[in-house]
Design a protein around this ligand. Sequence first.
Ligand SMILES: O=C(O)C1=C[C@@H](OP(=O)(O)O)[C@@H](O)[C@H](O)C1
Ligand SMILES: C=C(OP(=O)(O)O)C(=O)O
Length: 429
Amino acid sequence: MTYAQLTTNIKKLEGQITVPGDKSISHRSIMFGAISNGLTTVTNFLMGEDCLSTISCFRKLGIDIHLEDDQVLVHGKGLDGLKEPSDILDVGNSGTTIRLMLGILSGCPFYTTLIGDHSIGKRPMTRVTKPLMEMGALIDGRNNGEYTPISIRGGSLKSFHYTLPVASAQVKSCLLFAGMQAEGTTTIIESVQTRDHTERMIRKFGGEVVVKDRSVTIQGGQSFQGTTVHVPGDISSAAFFLVAGAIVPNSEIHLKNVGLNPTRTGIIDVMKDMGADLQIVNEQYDSFEPVGDIVIKYSSLKGTVIEGELIPRLIDEIPIIALLATQAEGVTVIKDAEELKVKETNRIDTVVNELSKLGARIEATKDGMVIYGRSTLQGGKVDSHGDHRIGMMLAIAGLLCQGDVALTNKEAISVSYPTFFSHLESLIQ
Ligand SMILES: O=C(O)C1=C[C@@H](OP(=O)(O)O)[C@@H](O)[C@H](O)C1
Ligand SMILES: C=C(OP(=O)(O)O)C(=O)O
């Protein structure tokens, strides 16, 4: 158990940072690179632990992958070029890796076992294993395929029409990977739009996918061609500095090269609604995903309601939005967010417990939380519980705390943002 003393009670944040590459897009660039024919060159790849787990899994499946600074070269062998691994694949802490890889492996006629860390061992997998078994994959795992270790023997798959029981881009993407290897046409219907990076990447690698209203249709038997992918900055990482700039008095932060895919920008809508002084500049369409710079300045904020279709557009940002709400006048209510219970931790409980320790007035509900602003935050001993987003949220909370704050399990942050603390230091005045 290691404790880190956090920086507290600062005067202001000022300066510019370029946020690291998007985690969702970095994972997918390796996956598509591996199943495509020929070389894929990925720039601004996120060298976070989760994405490195994806690389290590594909190496064990026989794919040559070379890392050079922030560039990755993937020597793809086509969908039927993956080989049976001689060892277990370890996905570490990464839900995206295991769920999407199960989709890819469902069409591979060999045996693979996947494991992960303690947190992965508690995250539900039936949401992907059950539909994959319906398509014809042979899968087993602890508790009838619900938990790791999970073993899979892929093979010939039947296409199907499937309505997603949960709003999840991981489930949708897993089934698109299976669908592209199945006989016939697979249609996936989602009731609420989730992030569409997989759909965009299918096209980027020369494949076809038809998106109509809430249905996504893919034809089996496609092949993909290696390409060049420039990964935009991760809005989920930028979110910590967007909130920091908005709540630390007198601050002004310029965030460069932030991905602005509309399926991910819920935090921008919410912050504007709460009265944040946030401006998007230099907006451009960087090959296949929109990007831009964001300028955030301190301003007074008011409470809001966050619910329904907004939730998947900001699901990973809810911990830091909860902190934002502690500094807004009035009440903020977050609803329809049960999915938070099955992330790296139960993020309803960890957010409420950890922020309460610092003096925030916040209550858990069955599908979210209620936050009463404005709270003066005090010092305390807090814990990331091994959840990177909780660790970063607490480090930002520390900036406003009037007493000392000690953070346990700070290392978890390197899952998605290894340079988080150096970026933070560079902004502290
Ligand atoms: O597809 C993805 O890359 C992700 C989808 C989301 O998970 P769910 O699909 O479980 O909502 C998100 O929370 C996760 O961080 C990354
Ligand atoms: C939930 C997350 O990731 P994953 O599901 O890939 O572990 C996250 O990054 O907040």
